[in-house]
Design a protein around this ligand. Sequence first.
Ligand code: FES
Ligand code: FES
Length: 152
Amino acid sequence: MVKINININNKAYSEEVGDNTLLVELLRDKLGLTGTHVGCDTSQCGACVIHVDGDSVKSCTVLAAQVHGKDLTTVEGLASEGQLHPIQKSFQNNHALQCGFCTPGLVMSAVDLLKKNSSPSEDEIREWFEGHICRCTGYKNIIKAVQEAITQ
Ligand code: FES
Ligand code: FES
């Protein structure tokens, strides 16, 4: 076991974690932050994407012990004062989800994309989402949602 201190969504946590505990397991199973999803066991689907020190990361590919001292944001931390984040709103406006299973990861990834590139082309958006799989909506409206967020 190892002790880690982390900030998640601006709240400090001090946790004992196993040497082999995945970050996504800590978030979901121990801390109850179940907005971060697990959609595969092959690091392919992107449902588990969160931000670590501001960068999007697949939380199923990181050990909890590796994030000691870091700032994390999960989808639960995006809304502010009861208001959805603009990207969450544009996903809603553009019907960019059906079952919603992939959505938290896509939203977190899109926030990071627009932070790094405020005006991505459609090709750049599609390339950025290469590490995500949506099994039911199709990608058209997801791309539209990001494009709408660019203009806001
Ligand atoms: S659960 Fe992390 S990539 Fe699928
Ligand atoms: S909305 Fe169902 S998997 Fe993407």
